[in-house]
Structures are given as structure tokens and as C-alpha cells.
Design a binder for this molecule. Structure first.
Ligand SMILES: Cc1cc2nc3c(=O)[nH]c(=O)nc-3n(C[C@H](O)[C@H](O)[C@H](O)COP(=O)(O)OP(=O)(O)OC[C@H]3O[C@@H](n4cnc5c(N)ncnc54)[C@H](O)[C@@H]3O)c2cc1C
Length: 340
């Protein structure tokens, strides 16, 4: 395994932003990960694990320490009667896993089609779209504890999933590198069509197969989102949807009729960050090389020469404006890496 110096990170991110990694390595197996961890410990270096780079904003000054890009690939499954347990490598491209599952008619992740990134990133983030979250199908995770060197298996409960949240974002979990995930997929898929875009798409059609759902999700996403293969840099939704108490929601809706809210647990309502940004007049706005997508108010765009600092400043202008107008704080979904 080679450890390289001063590797530009921008090409490894979908934002296409970021200075160099002090040191950079790619690991295709557990033994290569262990080798990198040993090297980092010996040289007192911090490790940053890189997946597909689709949910991060890397500092223009780069990242100190070792950036370890995970390339553990492969997918396999065990038949359990009415379901299968599919084990997938952390470096596997998430959407390839979805395509593979749909091809075998294993249901449960078709609504998560076309989300960029790797399996490791999907677990870290508990990805979600069109009424499904990764946690709905996750059975367990294998991870390496880089402090103790031990490989452990975490159950779904042990992963402490929340809205775009997991144990891997918190103190103990930060020492874990996800090696693989085990997904529980149904052999008799039950289509989940609860989100308005999908409901509209399948109106007056008979119950669709998971192949049709994947097709629909891909079509809808391509029409709404900017994909990195469409020339601009982006990390998808920049902010999380804010969750507020139902009391505050009642007050807000009195002031702003038409404000969308979705019940999100007891006495909690999830607002649409995209709607708040759009109502604040930011959709399609641009300052220099960065802006808000014209198609989707939650998506910040690097039009070419944007820097991490520009994105951060721009996001903070949006955040302050939304807070002034609605009294609601926006929290980034994208993770900031290094000093920005
Ligand atoms: C066009 C577009 C659309 C998107 N749509 C959605 C969407 O609908 N829903 C959604 O939830 N997200 C969406 N995203 C965000 C993003 O795709 C997901 O969060 C994705 O799961 C990130 O995976 P990644 O491999 O790219 O992670 P990275 O961006 O490389 O890393 C993200 C974080 O995960 C950590 N990490 C990565 N791999 C591991 C590992 N093996 N072990 C431990 N930690 C790890 C990293 O250290 C980092 O902190 C979108 C992004 C884009 C660009």
C-alpha cells in the first residue's frame, strides 16, 4: 500500500473543493486499513476516512494527518427464507448496491436510488429519501476500532441511528471505521409510496415493482437535483430539515400560512429547509462562484471556482436570513473537514 504526500482532495469530492491531504492512502482490505492505522499511530497522525466525498466540504488549506480512502468492495447475501441478509463492503458505491438488490428483486432500498457515495458514508449519515432511511433495512455493521485494533459487530440498535445521524458521528463512534454493512432485504418486496412525488408518479397505475420504483426515483431525482456529472460541484442538500416543537409550528403557521410540516415523533414537526430558503428569496441566487441551485433551494452549488470559505460564508448568510425571518436555525447536513 502506498502512502502519498500532498494529494489534492478536490477531485475526490462532489463539491470539487478542497486543498491537499498532508498524507493520503487507499485501502482495499482490512489488512491495508490496519497497516494505515499502524502508520498513523506511529507518526501521531489523525485519520480522516474518505468515502465518495459527497457529503463533505474540505478546507481550502487541506487536511492535516492521513486521509484514508476506503475502497473495500463486494456484496454477498445469505438466504433466510422470506428475506436475505446482504453483506456489502464499506467502499462499495451505494447506488451499485441498490441496482444489485433491485436486479435480484430484493426489496427495501429502491427508494434510496441514485444517492451518491459509498456504503460507509451511507451508514455514517443514515441516508434517507422518499420515505426510507438506511436504518429501516440495516441489520448490523462491522467496524474497526482504531484505538483498540478490535473488529466489532454493532447491531442496528448499537448504531444509534437518528435523522442523518449515527454513533459514528459521536465521541465513541469516531474511533470506528465502518468495514461493511449487513442489510435485511425482503424477497417479497413491499413498495413504499408515501412521498408526494412518488404518489403523483404512480397515480392511476397498478402497484409498481421495485424496478419501476427505482426507475421513478432516478427520473424524479435527475429532474430536481444537480448531479456532479452535470458539470457543477454540489454535495446535495446542504442543510438538515429543522425539527421544531408542534407548539412553535402552530405559531409559525399562523404567521406564514402554507408552511410545510411533517410529524416527526411526539410533539415534533419537521420543516422543509428548502421551503424556508425559497421563501427567504435565495433560490437561484448566486454570489461569485457559489450559489443556490435554480432547481432546488436546499442545494448549494460550486459553479467552478468556489472555495470552501465562499460556501461557508454563503451558507451562513442564508442561515442568518432564515433565522431572522422564521426564528428557525438551520444546521448543515454537509460535514466540514479541516479549518474553514
Ligand atoms: C447530488 C447529491 C444528492 C444527494 N442526495 C442525498 C439524499 O437524498 N439523501 C441523503 O441522505 N444524502 C444525500 N446526499 C449526501 C451524500 O450522498 C450521502 O450523505 C452519502 O451517504 C455520503 O457518502 P460518502 O461515501 O460520499 O461519504 P463522504 O462524503 O466521503 O464522508 C461523509 C462522512 O462519512 C464518514 N465516512 C465515510 N465512510 C466511512 C467509513 N467507512 N467509516 C466511518 N466513517 C466514514 C466520513 O469520514 C465523513 O465524516 C446527496 C449528495 C449529492 C452530491
Amino acid at each position: 500500500m502506498r502512502i502519498l504526500k500532498n494529494v489534492k482532495l478536490a477531485p475526490y469530492t462532489t463539491f470539487r473543493i478542497g486543498g491537499p491531504a498532508e498524507l493520503f492512502a487507499e485501502a482495499k482490505s482490512l489488512s491495508e486499513i490496519k497497516e494505515s492505522v499502524k502508520f498513523a499511530r506511529k507518526n501521531k497522525l489523525k485519520i480522516f476516512v474518505l468515502g465518495g466525498g459527497s457529503n463533505i466540504l474540505i478546507s481550502d488549506d487541506g487536511v492535516r494527518g492521513l486521509v484514508l480512502r476506503l475502497l473495500i468492495r463486494g456484496a454477498d447475501f445469505r438466504d433466510k427464507g422470506s428475506f436475505v441478509l446482504a453483506s456489502v463492503g464499506a467502499g462499495e458505491i451505494w447506488d451499485k448496491v441498490v441496482a444489485w438488490a433491485v436486479r435480484h428483486n430484493f426489496g427495501g432500498i429502491e427508494n434510496l436510488s441514485l444517492i451518491p457515495g459509498t456504503v460507509g458514508g451511507a451508514v455514517h449519515q443514515n441516508i434517507g429519501a422518499y420515505g426510507t432511511e438506511l436504518k429501516d433495512v440495516l441489520h448490523s455493521v462491522n467496524a474497526l476500532n482504531i484505538k483498540s485494533g478490535e473488529v466489532l459487530r454493532l447491531s442496528k440498535k448499537g448504531c444509534r441511528f437518528g435523522y442523518r445521524d449515527s454513533i459514528f458521528q459521536h465521541k465513541i463512534g469516531k474511533n470506528y471505521i465502518v468495514l461493511s454493512a449487513v442489510l435485511r432485504l425482503d424477497k417479497k418486496p413491499k413498495p413504499k409510496i408515501i412521498y408526494s412525488d412518488l404518489v403523483k408518479y404512480f397515480q392511476n397505475k397498478k402497484e409498481p415493482s421495485i424496478q419501476k420504483i427505482r426507475e421513478a426515483v432516478i427520473r424524479i431525482r435527475r429532474s430536481k437535483l444537480i448531479y456532479p456529472d452535470q458539470f457543477f460541484g454540489t454535495a446535495g442538500s446542504f442543510f438538515k430539515n429543522p425539527v421544531i416543537s408542534s407548539g412553535v409550528y402552530k405559531r409559525l403557521i399562523g404567521l406564514h400560512p402554507g408552511l410545510k410540516g411533517r410529524i416527526s415523533g411526539r410533539n415534533l414537526v419537521k420543516l422543509s429547509a428548502g421551503q424556508l430558503i425559497e421563501l427567504s428569496g435565495w433560490k437561484g441566487k448566486r454570489i461569485g462562484s457559489v450559489g443556490v441551485s435554480k432547481k432546488h433551494a436546499l442545494v448549494l452549488v460550486n459553479y467552478g471556482r468556489g472555495r470552501a470559505q465562499d460556501i461557508k460564508k454563503f451558507a451562513s448568510l442564508i442561515g442568518s436570513d432564515v433565522e431572522r425571518k422564521f426564528g428557525v436555525k438551520l444546521e448543515p447536513e454537509v460535514r466540514f473537514v479541516g479549518e474553514i
